[in-house]
Design a binder for this molecule. Structure first.
Ligand code: SIN
Length: 288
C-alpha cells in the first residue's frame, strides 16, 4: 500500500473512488479498517485497475471476515463456492443473452433470505462490455430518511419474511404473488425488521428487497402491497448510484445498507460481461 491515496466522491448518493491502493498485495489491518471506515461513510468503495487472481480476491475478502459460500450455479454449470463468476456466457465461453428472470437483475441484498445476510460484497470486473452492463445501487439510509413520519411510525416493530424463491414474484400480479408467497411460506423461516439500526454507523435504514414476500402478522395481500410500495420508494432515481464498469475494477460495498441490481443495458450476444464475486459472511439485522 502506498501513502499517495486520492479519494474522489462518485455521487451525492453513495460511492467513493480510491486511488493508490494495491489490493493484490496483502493489506494491513490498518488498510482494511480504512476501507471499512470509507464504507461506513460512503457505502461503496471503487478501486480501478486492479487485476486480482482468485487467491488475491479470496485473501482480500477474508480480510473483512469469513467468506460466504454460494450454492448457486455459475454460467458454466459449476457449483460455485466462495468465489463465483457472474457472466453472460455459455459453456463454450460465448456471449449469450441473460435470462430475464435472473434475480441479479432485480433489486436485492445479497443473501437477504439467510438469518445473517452478507455484510460486504465484492465484485471484480474481469471483462466488461464496450458500453453498458452497469450495476445500480440504492441507498437504504436515504430511503429511510425520506419516509413520511407517519410511515416511519407504522413500520416500527414490523418484520418482513424472506424466501429465496420470492424474487421470481417480480412482475406478477398481486393474486399470483399471493399464491406464490403462500407456497413459499411453507419453507420460509427467516424474518428481518423492516427498520434496522446499522451495527457500525448506528444510522437507521429501511431494509427489504425482492426476496421479502410477507409481513409477519399481516394478511398476505396487505403485507405484499406494503412491501412493493416500500421497494418502489427505496429505488427512486434520487437514491441510486449507477456504476459504469471498467475492466480491472474492484467494487466493495456495504450490503447492510444498499440494494443492488445488474442492468442488462449492453449488447449481450456480442459482448462478454464477466464479474467475479465474493462475499463476507453475515450480520444479524438489529431492530431500530
Ligand atoms: C450481483 O447481484 O451480485 C451482481 C450484480 C451485477 O451483475 O451487476
Amino acid at each position: 500500500m502506498t501513502n499517495k491515496r486520492r479519494l474522489q466522491k462518485l455521487s451525492p448518493v453513495a460511492g467513493i473512488e480510491v486511488e493508490g491502493m494495491d489490493l493484490a498485495s496483502s493489506l494491513t489491518s490498518h488498510g482494511i479498517n480504512q476501507i471499512k471506515s470509507w464504507l461506513d461513510s460512503y457505502q461503496i468503495v471503487v478501486f480501478r485497475d486492479q487485476y486480482l487472481s482468485r487467491e488475491a480476491q479470496s485473501r482480500l475478502t477474508s480480510s473483512f471476515g469469513p467468506l460466504e459460500e454460494h450454492k448457486g450455479l455459475s454460467g458454466s454449470g459449476d457449483i460455485t463456492p466462495s468465489l463465483h463468476i457472474i457472466a453472460n456466457i455459455d459453456s463454450g465461453g460465448n456471449p449469450v443473452r441473460l435470462d430475464p428472470s435472473d434475480h441479479n437483475l432485480f433489486w436485492h441484498i445479497d443473501k437477504s433470505y439467510l438469518s445473517n445476510p452478507v455484510q460486504f460484497s465484492i465484485l471484480h470486473a474481469l471483462e466488461t462490455p464496450k458500453h453498458g452492463g452497469d450495476t445500480q445501487f440504492a441507498n437504504l439510509y436515504l430511503a429511510y430518511n425520506e419516509l413520511e413520519p407517519k410511515m416511519k411510525e407504522r413500520l416500527v416493530g414490523l418484520r418482513a419474511r424472506y424466501t429465496r424463491g420470492a424474487s421470481k414474484m417480480v412482475g406478477r400480479d398481486i393474486n399470483t404473488d399471493i399464491q406464490y408467497a403462500n407456497d413459499q411460506n411453507q419453507q420460509s423461516t427467516v424474518s428481518h425488521p423492516l427498520i434496522h439500526t446499522h451495527p457500525s454507523t448506528g444510522r437507521k435504514l429501511l431494509f427489504l428487497d425482492i426476496h421479502a414476500d410477507h409481513i409477519e402478522g399481516q394478511p398476505q395481500e396487505q403485507g405484499l402491497k406494503l412491501l412493493k410500495d416500500l421497494l418502489e420508494h427505496a429505488t427512486q432515481e434520487k437514491f441510486i448510484y449507477t456504476h459504469n464498469w471498467l475492466q480491472g475494477d474492484v467494487v466493495i460495498w456495504d450490503n447492510r445498507c444498499l440494494l443492488h441490481r445488474a442492468i442488462p443495458n449492453f449488447a449481450m450476444t456480442a459482448n462478454r460481461r464477466i464479474l467475479r464475486r465474493s462475499l463476507v459472511r453475515g450480520f444479524n439485522p438489529i431492530q431500530a
